[in-house]
Design a binder for this molecule. Structure first.
Ligand code: ATP
Ligand code: MG
Length: 183
């Protein structure tokens, strides 16, 4: 799955609409401490369905909304849109007619968040399963958080198995089996 573009509005320190174009090959994000590099990676995980605010370094999900600075008032809404290149038709079957798939997540203060896939309302679970199938996703080992290498080294065997299953691309099967069992 190739990520094309990440667009952030009101997300953490990215108060003005900001677009990151992800070209083929390696993309590096560099900048001084506190400039928002980790926030970008968090935006990526968030739009993929991250449900734990703690792993977003927040004390509630509303904390991902721009909280204001001395010169700028806080916002009441944050939105992240991720455009995915699907020219290779690797997306899950339900979405596989489009060349580009746009997944968005929007949160309003005290209202929770809403997802869309290609403009249609989607559940958090739909978005999570979409990315789990593609072995990307909010908890994908492809997204390495600051300090995570150390945590992987000291992980318990069951946690390490989870990491290997994600890497092998079979965690989507577990997610769908779990959903089937709930029905
Ligand atoms: P380092 O190099 O130290 O890892 P970094 O580039 O990864 O830094 P981030 O941790 O992404 O930096 O960004 C931290 C900045 O984001 C801080 O200045 C913090 O105040 C700001 N920030 C985080 N959440 C919000 C929010 N809700 N509203 C406004 N600013 C926020
Ligand atoms: Mg950082």
């Amino acid at each position: 799955m190739k990520l094309n573009r990440l667009r952030l509005t009101g997300f953490k320190s990215f108060v003005e609409p900001t677009e990151l174009v992800i070209e083929s090959g390696l993309t590096g994000v560099v900048g001084p401490n506190g400039c928002g590099k980790s926030n970008l990676l968090e935006a990526l995980r968030w739009v993929m369905g991250e449900s734990s605010y703690k792993s977003m370094r927040a004390s509630g999900m509303d904390d991902v909304i721009f909280s204001g600075t001395s010169g700028r008032p806080a916002r009441n809404m944050a939105e992240v849109v991720l455009a995915i290149d699907n020219a290779g038709r690797t997306a899950p079957a339900a979405y596989n007619d489009e060349d580009v798939i746009e997944v968005s997540r929007r949160i309003e203060r005290e209202m929770g968040s809403a997802y869309r896939i290609n403009g249609s309302d989607a559940r958090a679970r739909d978005v999570q399963t979409f990315f789990a199938d593609a072995s990307t996703g909010a908890h994908s080992p492809a997204l390495v958080q600051q300090g995570q290498i150390g945590r992987i080294i000291s992980a318990k065997p069951t946690q390490r198995r989870q990491i290997l299953e994600e890497a092998a691309g079979i965690s989507g099967l577990h997610a769908r089996r779990h959903e089937a069992e709930l029905r």
